[in-house]
Write a protein that binds this ligand. Structure first.
Ligand code: SF4
Ligand code: SF4
Length: 181
């Protein structure tokens, strides 16, 4: 077999440079063929959806916006151990640890807590390894469809505790639901 006739896909076609006859030069057959292809596609299954009126069902393994969790008493679970930052392949997480004061017992569950906890959303690839690494079940990737809001300032993509920590009301509601069950 010569090199010219090898086709990996099996769809290779030789292009003919022969001179067109009168009927071919009118392109009528080519136009009808093209229309037939268009009409055929009207009856095939559509892969597009009318977003935002229609939304796709999320995959069971979908990972959205991160959340720093609170326990049943509303205290932050994170102890600033740094394992999430170490396991992050994108090096997107930074934090600063501080020691809890006696009067802060109601705020933080452990003796050490993250006074600063930041995720650079421009780096994050939503792999979920931070969640896997956390020994305190303090960080979760939620099912939120809104992953990262668009913005024109790079600094606004660094999410701090104001955006990441679970709202207190949500923690209280979760605890009420648990008690009711
Ligand atoms: S989801 Fe992955 S990339 Fe994003 S912060 Fe967590 S470990 Fe890093
Ligand atoms: S989120 Fe978890 S792994 Fe990350 S610093 Fe806090 S306790 Fe450690």
């Amino acid at each position: 077999m010569s090199v010219e006739t090898i086709s990996l896909s099996g769809r290779k076609k030789e292009v003919s440079n022969k001179k067109m006859n009168f009927w071919e030069s009118l392109y009528l057959v080519a136009i009808v063929k093209g229309l037939f292809i268009t009409i055929r596609h009207l009856f095939t299954r559509k892969v597009t959806i009318k977003y935002p009126e229609e939304v796709r069902e999320l995959s069971p393994v979908y990972r959205g916006q991160h959340m720093l969790m609170r326990d049943d008493e509303g205290r932050e679970r994170c102890t600033a151990c740094g394992l999430c930052a170490l396991s992050c392949p994108a090096e997107a997480i930074t934090m600063k640890a501080e020691e809890r004061k006696p009067e802060e017992m109601h705020l933080y569950r452990e003796e050490k807590y993250a006074s600063i906890y930041e995720i650079n959303m421009l780096r994050c690839i939503f792999c979920g390894l931070c969640e896997e690494a956390c020994p305190k079940q303090a960080i979760y990737l939620t099912k939120s469809r809104m992953m990262v809001k668009s913005n024109s300032d790079r600094n606004d993509f660094i999410y701090g505790k104001d955006k990441l920590v679970m709202p207190l009301e949500q923690a209280i509601n979760n605890s009420k639901v648990k008690m009711a069950n």
